[in-house]
Design a protein around this ligand. Structure first.
Ligand SMILES: Nc1ncnc2c1ncn2[C@@H]1O[C@H](COP(=O)(O)OP(=O)(O)OP(=O)(O)O)[C@@H](O)[C@H]1O
Ligand SMILES: [Mg+2]
Length: 393
């Protein structure tokens, strides 16, 4: 890491994407459009969704993120009306929708595996839901027309799904969902069927299309990059509970628990106990570090309180020469190096056996007039007092 970069808390690439989104999506209002209160879903004894409270603003793109089986699809299915909550309330645009059948709800869901009708053309697929709703013919034609342009599929209007690429099929599925002009669009792993590269290309395009239409959207994914790229806000779910809700930047910079810190991005977690607690300085003594983590912000808790200090790998500085003894540093040995081209990920083993990960730009050593450390070398890790986030659970 160059000195200039190390001197400020790094601005994540997500922050840039987020700033761009805020300009585009400037119409978001603060009034909740969708209000989920105390929603519980049990399957027998198993609690799949556990007292979820969530407010979504109109025109917002909200991503539900969590590992497999944490209850994401179940929550969406309750919004769509395919499952009913065991208890709790769901209010959409002032209307209680819990008792409504799926077709009575102004909600459209695009499934984890969106199956297009293979025998229908692109245009017919888009028109399908509108025909079912018995809209007038010219209204259907007009809406299909708008959708074909929106997802840039006009050229392919008369093709069948098997004559389209995966990305094109995904766009048709989206057009089919949007054609009905739902108040709420639910996307369950919308890009799950695409390979990694196509998925990345499609993420921004999909978010732009949703924003252009101005539909309020909840999407489910277990891909954190996808959530970071597409969503205005993210909700982190684990075992049926919503652990944290915030902007991508908030969630990354200020995780509120170990689960979030380790689920979103990478984190070095040092277990320890509070030994100093002053207004502008908290110190945690950690056997794993073999020293003290000093933070210029954070919790106030009693001395001896059991906590964790989370430090992002890109905030950890790596040096060959000894750094001054004190808090926020440790000596270690290079155990592993993953060379990624423009940067490397170093695994540094401390005396306690704890391994610290650090992201080091390849220019770091060149700029310092040094050669890069290699396996077995003695090195020093350190970080600034604003880098650690203190977590109590
Ligand atoms: N109809 C059902 N009957 C019984 N258990 C169910 C039912 N549907 C879901 N579950 C259970 O509820 C939990 C949550 O399932 P859900 O499908 O919501 O997970 P998910 O977060 O969408 O996971 P994934 O990322 O794998 O799609 C799981 O443990 C699942 O086995
Ligand atoms: Mg699911």
């Amino acid at each position: 890491m160059t000195d200039a970069v190390a001197a400020t808390k790094p601005v994540q690439s997500v922050a840039g994407a987020q700033a761009a989104k805020q300009v585009q999506g400037g119409t978001t209002t603060d009034k909740p459009y969708l209000k989920i209160s105390g929603v519980v879903k049990k399957f027998g004894e198993h609690v799949a969704v556990d007292h979820v409270d969530l407010e979504i603003r109109q025109h917002e793109i909200f991503a539900l993120l969590g590992s497999s089986g944490c209850g994401k699809s179940t929550l969406l299915r309750m919004l769509a009306g395919m499952d009913s909550p065991t208890s709790g309330k769901i209010i959409l645009d002032g209307q209680d929708i819990v008792g409504l059948e799926p077709y009575e709800r102004p909600v459209n869901m695009m499934f984890q595996s969106y199956a297009l009708f293979p025998h229908m053309t692109v245009a017919q697929n888009i028109a399908f839901g509108l025909k079912q709703d018995k809209l007038p013919k010219d209204e259907i034609a007009a809406r299909v027309d708008v959708m074909l342009d929106l997802v840039q599929m006009r050229k392919y209007a008369s093709r069948k799904p098997h004559q389209l690429s995966g990305g094109q099929q995904q766009r048709v599925a989206l057009a089919r969902s949007l054609a009905k002009r739902p108040k709420l669009l639910l996307l369950d792993e919308p890009l799950g069927a695409l390979d990694k590269k196509l998925r990345q290309e499609t993420q921004l395009e999909l978010a732009n299309t949703i924003e252009k239409v101005g539909v309020t959207c909840i999407m489910v994914t277990h891909d954190q990059e996808e959530a970071m790229t597409m969503a205005d806000r993210i909700g982190i779910m684990s075992e049926g509970r919503l652990l944290q809700v915030g902007s991508p930047t908030d969630i990354y910079e200020y995780p509120n628990c170990r689960f979030t810190a380790e689920f979103i991005g990478e984190s070095n977690m040092f277990e320890g106990s509070v030994t100093v607690d002053e207004a502008d300085r908290v110190e945690i003594t950690s056997a794993e570090l073999g020293g003290v983590v000093s933070v210029d912000h954070g919790i106030t808790g009693p001395k001896g309180m059991h906590v964790w200090a989370s430090i992002r790998p890109e905030d950890v500085r790596l040096d060959r020469k000894p750094v001054p003894a004190g808090p926020n540093m440790a000596a270690g040995v290079v155990e592993n190096i993953a060379y990624m081209g423009s940067y490397s990920i170093y695994h540094i083993k401390l005396a306690s056996g704890k391994v610290v990960k650090t992201v080091v730009p390849s220019s770091r050593w060149y700029d310092a007039g040094e050669t890069a450390p290699t396996w077995g070398d003695q090195v020093y890790v350190s970080w600034r007092t604003d880098a650690p986030v203190i977590l109590t659970m």
